[in-house]
Design a binder for this molecule. Structure first.
Ligand code: FE2
Ligand code: FE2
Length: 247
């Protein structure tokens, strides 16, 4: 919803738009409350909208309505796509931490030479998770419902691929990071107007690229098993992102 009052003169139009947005936001609040996806900033804007609507004829109210509709349009965008992407990224980083945790556990038996690299990757993913968690806190958003799904799926993937040794571990890293990098770059274009979101995403791009390139350097030409594994992991990563955007 992009309702925005460009002038203080079209007061009636502003009130009509504000009314629609008021009920839209209340609906979102109810949905958030019922489905456990709380959003504190919405509460503030509902009350400021309500104040403006209850005094529609005063000069102060006209200014308030103008500010509220402009702010709401921004808010809807911020808590809509950007907020959802921050949630999915936060859950995804938790999934990445879990993948490396699982692989580290198995690599102690199957690929000891990769341990220092995996430990460094896991430390990076923990930093990325904190970066997106700070963004969620700043926006008053709760973590994504896919958070524990990412943790369980990631750990299972880490254990499962770690079982097959160094080659499978590196193939997994390449497949996951390649998918993640594509999404992150797309997100920076989608959210170009949200400076904080773009800053958070951009701050992790170099690390993800380094993870991908380092793991790719270990892999020689993958055989049919490697190609199947790579496709399955890319598909699973895409599915988790798709699901997270809809939960
Ligand atoms: Fe990451
Ligand atoms: Fe990574």
């Amino acid at each position: 919803m992009q309702a925005k009052c460009d002038s203080l003169d079209n007061h009636a139009t502003c009130v009509a738009r504000l009314s629609r947005e008021y009920f839209f936001i209340v609906g979102r609040l109810l949905h958030s409350t019922i489905f456990g996806c709380g959003d504190k900033t919405l509460t503030f804007h509902v009350s400021s909208c309500y104040s403006a609507l209850s005094r529609p004829n005063s000069a102060i109210s006209r200014r308030s309505i103008f500010n509220s509709t402009s702010g709401l349009s921004t808010l809807i965008n911020a808590t809509g796509l950007a907020g959802r992407i921050m949630k999915v990224n936060h859950a995804g980083e938790h999934g990445a931490v879990s993948i490396y945790a699982g692989q580290i556990f198995m690599a102690r038996f199957t690929a000891r030479s990769l341990l220092p690299e995996l430990l460094a990757f896991k430390a990076d993913e923990e930093k990325h998770r904190s970066t997106f968690y700070r963004e969620l806190q700043r926006r008053g958003l709760m973590r994504c419902k896919s958070y524990w799904l990412c943790a369980a799926g990631g750990y299972a993937l880490g254990i499962g691929t770690g079982l097959f040794g160094a080659h499978a571990i590196s193939l997994t890293t390449v497949a996951v990071e390649r998918t993640v990098l594509r999404h992150l770059r797309h997100q920076t274009e989608l959210l170009a107007e949200d400076v904080d979101a773009v800053s958070a995403i951009s701050s992790i791009l170099d690390d993800e690229l380094e993870h991908h390139d380092t793991a790719a350097n270990h892999n020689h030409t993958p055989g049919i098993f490697g190609r199947m594994l790579s496709s399955a992991i890319s598909g699973a990563t895409e599915s988790v992102i798709w699901l997270g955007m809809r939960l």
